[in-house]
Design a protein around this ligand. Structure first.
Ligand code: COA
Length: 162
């Protein structure tokens, strides 16, 4: 069931991801990630029982390309965020927060104990979003991300769900 959410401009709904979304997810992923995942990679991930996610789409236009999505994996009482992205033109409208909230609610209902993620320490928008959602830093991977200007550390963050 899709959840309708209002925001300053147009409205969006959050609905579960399906394998048929794979091409659109790959296109959106390419907006921000240096090595975008292919349509086949998304399809393979979404075919796994442990992988699930949500898309934010314009209300009343369910077949339009998503404005954002999140993909997560849950196994053995713990879960991780595999990726999350919101289209550049749709940021700062609560979509990222709503997508993460949908994941947290799903995991809470499934009695999962903790959600983990990795984020570039210099990715201020994402770090701010995660801190706001109650994630705390539990580790650091030095030089994990390679950029043209050099390497940056990954923060490992955890959100308890108990
Ligand atoms: C991180 C990302 C998903 C956030 O999505 P979003 O829809 O813009 O986030 P929201 O509008 O839901 O923001 C929720 C909160 O996060 C924080 N936040 C989001 N963007 C921020 C920014 N640019 N600067 C500071 N804080 C920010 C704020 O606390 C914000 O609440 P507020 O708007 O009431 O102040 C988005 O910036 C994105 O897609 N980035 C590129 C991909 C990426 O980096 N993914 C994460 C990889 S780990």
């Amino acid at each position: 069931m899709a959840l309708s959410l209002g925001f300053r401009r147009r409205r969006f709904v959050v609905r579960p991801l399906e394998a048929v979304d794979s091409a659109a997810l790959s296109a959106l992923h390419a907006e921000d990630f240096a090595r975008p995942w292919t349509e086949d990679e998304f399809e393979a991930l979404l075919s796994q029982d442990t992988v699930f996610g949500f898309a934010a789409v314009a209300e009343g236009v369910p077949d339009a390309p998503p404005w954002g999505f999140v993909l997560a994996r849950s196994a053995a009482g713990e879960a991780e965020i595999l990726t999350i992205t919101v289209s550049r033109s749709c940021r700062r409208r609560g979509i990222g927060h709503a997508l993460m909230d949908a994941v947290l609610r799903t995991l809470h209902a499934g009695r999962v104990e903790a959600l983990f993620l990795e984020v570039d320490e210099n990715n201020a928008p994402a770090v701010a979003l995660y801190r706001r959602l109650g994630f705390r830093e539990v580790g650091r991977r030095p030089g994990y991300y390679a950029h043209a200007a050099g390497r940056t550390h990954a923060l490992v963050m955890r959100r308890d769900l108990g």
